[in-house]
Design a protein around this ligand. Structure first.
Ligand code: HEM
Length: 461
């Protein structure tokens, strides 16, 4: 027994000294980072967060003041360019696809995939049936979903935004009752929520063990398979119909370039482009019922500048400074992605103690920086207007992040937000359902910061 005690004591001593060494290393490393709580070995900052991400806590402990942003952007573009490797995907039949897309890849693969993604979106943006056309088409369908009776707009918004991505990737939209469309949306949602969840980060701590246990990762893995089989099915369909001289959608472009790139960027557009834009629009309608005066001012501007049936274009925002400011404020105030996707310090980092450290760039906190915004914790479109009512851009407005890994779909997202929002407010006035007196604008964490589910009435104008 005494011999066993010595072995177990030695083991404990070893583990304790390992933890102390790790702690000291992390303490030393954090001196080179923007301010924030010092992470603990193994669990990182999870203890300080009580294993739960509270928005206020995050904002308080890790504010990246704008004054630090330039330093951060330089780091994000250089030493902090790489994502942490996703072992989550190892249990997936097609695991290599995930690591070879845009969001989770690194190095040469990321460069090629990202260049391909940027070029393809640029090509699709041009011409008569470009991205804007798809957004306008989808906005038209979206209006049909709203009627006078109370409705939770979450699903219709998610359907419309996802259908824009379907049009971009597959070249067509789905009717909202289509079963395959629902499978695709369910898989996208499951996967998105998992990749952004604490469950995913825990999985990454011990993938070899957790992989064999039951848990949310099992659902996420089958969601990958659903998305992948969709991509394969569409590729076959495109091959059968032949690639036109002028490629029409993302898959056409992929088939032209398939020697050089993988088809996994198609998942990435669904993962990164659906939930984010839909959630922002979901917030937008809630804020409009919470601030009816602001809603009215937007409608006055829409009526003054646009005809009642005129097709709304992204370019029109230049004639509508107030509406444009409101949309920017919706993004700032809802701050749907307060913590960025994990990045890893490169091995050739100049700060050796940081090598391999995983960092979650909390760039979203700049949107609440008290030094940059007059009333950071209040919904105030004035943040984006000068005293004459002209629209003014703000340097600290970074909801799409910054640096080389800045959001790839920023232009598409901005086009969608403007066209969907303007169409909805031109057609309807949004009100609380009868008997409902209060609006809850506190967020809940569900992949992104989301509003609590709510119902509204859309009164035709
Ligand atoms: C309101 C809507 C959106 C917001 C707030 C948003 C925000 C972001 C943020 C914060 C990142 C992380 C950048 C980083 O790591 O520093 C990102 C990455 C990305 N986004 Fe978006 N996004 C939106 C819509 C879209 C759309 C519509 C698409 C595609 C059509 C898209 C595609 C991507 C891709 C592919 C990446 C990964 C870029 C890379 O790793 O190189 N996003 N987005």
């Amino acid at each position: 027994i005494s011999k066993m005690l010595t072995i177990s004591q030695a083991l404990i001593a070893l583990i304790v000294s390992f933890l102390i060494m790790q702690f000291l290393k992390l303490r030393q490393a954090s001196r080179h980072l923007p301010p924030g709580p010092i992470p603990l070995p193994v669990v990182g900052n999870l203890l300080q967060l009580h294993f739960h991400l509270h928005r206020d806590f995050l904002m308080k402990v890790s504010i990246f003041r704008y004054s630090l942003i330039n330093r951060l952007i330089a780091k994000l573009s250089d030493q902090l360019l790489d994502r942490r490797e996703v072992s989550f995907s190892m249990g997936c039949k097609n695991w290599f696809l995930v690591a070879s897309g845009i969001i989770f890849s690194n190095g040469r693969t990321w460069k090629q995939q990202r260049r391909f993604g940027v070029m393809t979106l640029r090509h699709l943006g041009m011409g008569k049936k470009g991205l804007e056309y798809w957004v306008q088409e989808e906005a038209h369908h979206l209006l049909q979903h709203f009627a006078k009776k109370p409705l939770d707009p979450c699903l219709p918004l998610f359907h419309s935004v996802s259908n824009v991505i379907c049009a971009v990737v597959f070249g067509y939209r789905f009717p909202s009752e289509d079963k395959n469309f629902h499978r695709l949306l369910k898989a996208t949602e499951t996967l998105f929520r998992f990749t952004e969840s604490l469950g995913h980060h825990l999985y990454e701590l011990a993938p070899h063990i957790i992989h064999h246990l039951p848990g949310p990762h099992k659902k996420a893995l089958s969601a990958y398979d659903v998305l992948n089989s969709f991509a394969k099915m569409e590729i076959t369909r495109h091959l059968e119909r032949g690639i036109p001289d002028k490629p029409q959608d993302f898959i056409d472009f992929y088939l032209v370039e398939m020697e050089k790139v993988s088809d996994s960027a198609t998942f990435d557009l669904f993962l990164a482009g659906s939930e984010t834009t839909a959630t922002t629009l979901y917030w937008s309608l809630l804020y409009m019922v919470a601030y009816p005066d602001i809603q009215e001012k937007v409608q006055q501007e829409l009526d003054a500048v646009l005809g009642s049936s005129q097709l709304i274009c992204y370019e029109d925002r230049k004639k509508m400074p107030y509406t444009n400011a409101v949309i920017h404020e919706i993004q700032r105030f809802s701050n749907i992605i307060p913590v960025g996707l994990p990045r890893v310090y490169k091995t050739e980092s100049v700060v050796s103690s940081l090598q391999g450290t995983t960092i979650f760039p909390n760039i979203g906190s700049v949107l609440y920086d008290p030094e940059q915004w007059e009333t950071p914790r209040q919904f105030n479109p004035g943040h984006f207007l000068d005293k004459d009512g002209n629209f003014v851009n703000q340097k600290a407005f970074l909801p799409f992040s910054a640096g080389h890994r800045v959001c790839l779909g920023e232009l598409l997202a901005r086009t969608e937000l403007f066209i969907f929002f303007s169409n909805l407010l031109r057609a309807f006035t949004f009100r609380l359902p009868e008997g409902v007196k209060q609006v809850n604008i506190e967020p809940i964490l569900a992949g992104t910061w989301q509003p609590h589910p709510y119902g509204i009435c859309a009164v035709p104008r």
